[in-house]
Write a protein that binds this ligand. Sequence first.
Ligand code: 6PG
Length: 227
Amino acid sequence: MQENSRWHLLETADQVAVAACQHILKAAGQAIADHGKFKLVLAGGTTPEKVYRLLAAAEADWVNWVIYYGDERCLPVDHADRNSAIPEQVWLTKVGIPATQVFPIPAELGGEQSAALYRPIVEAALPFDMVLLGMGEDGHTASLFPGDKHNEDELVHAVYNAPKPPPKRVSLSAKALGNTRELLFLITGSNKQVIVKAWRDGQDLPIATIQPENTIDIYIDQDAFHA
Ligand code: 6PG
């Protein structure tokens, strides 16, 4: 597991969300003070929803936030299972981030085409100010799954055989996801206990391939961490 990791162990998933939200808001203020904007990559799945809901209720300099996605599922634009669905519904439509500063992955176009369209967007954004990521029970993160082979120099991959449905996805690469000033992992729930232990024990997992230069902050609840 990555050496430069800082573990934030909280009692509950709600406390993880509060702590992560505060960290995100602080990082945003610092990035905007430093270079005028906050380039944030959102995590998919269900864990981040609590954080997105807290952000929707927060005060921030939203006009200087720029939103990207770590991965997207190849589903129709308005499909409820898209990774963009939850943040759009509970947060992004409720605050003043300009629509021109929100960059959904056009995964409805299919893997190769949407990866090709998203690559220049990612290239222009790097380095990110913060990347949010979750972790699956098999140690995947974004849509980087165990056993998948990708061109490591790419910034965005087309994924065809994801074991977590749907099989077709688009994912930022480990190289792109690690090119960030800050990286937060959000991990909660007893179903993640076994894989968290494997990660801590040094198992070679996709999540372990995300290796930013700076410290990684892992926000985790007791249920997921329980040694
Ligand atoms: C997705 C996500 C994926 C997710 C993990 C954890 O498309 O599902 O990109 O990487 O972050 O599978 O999902 P949960 O937060 O729902 O456990």
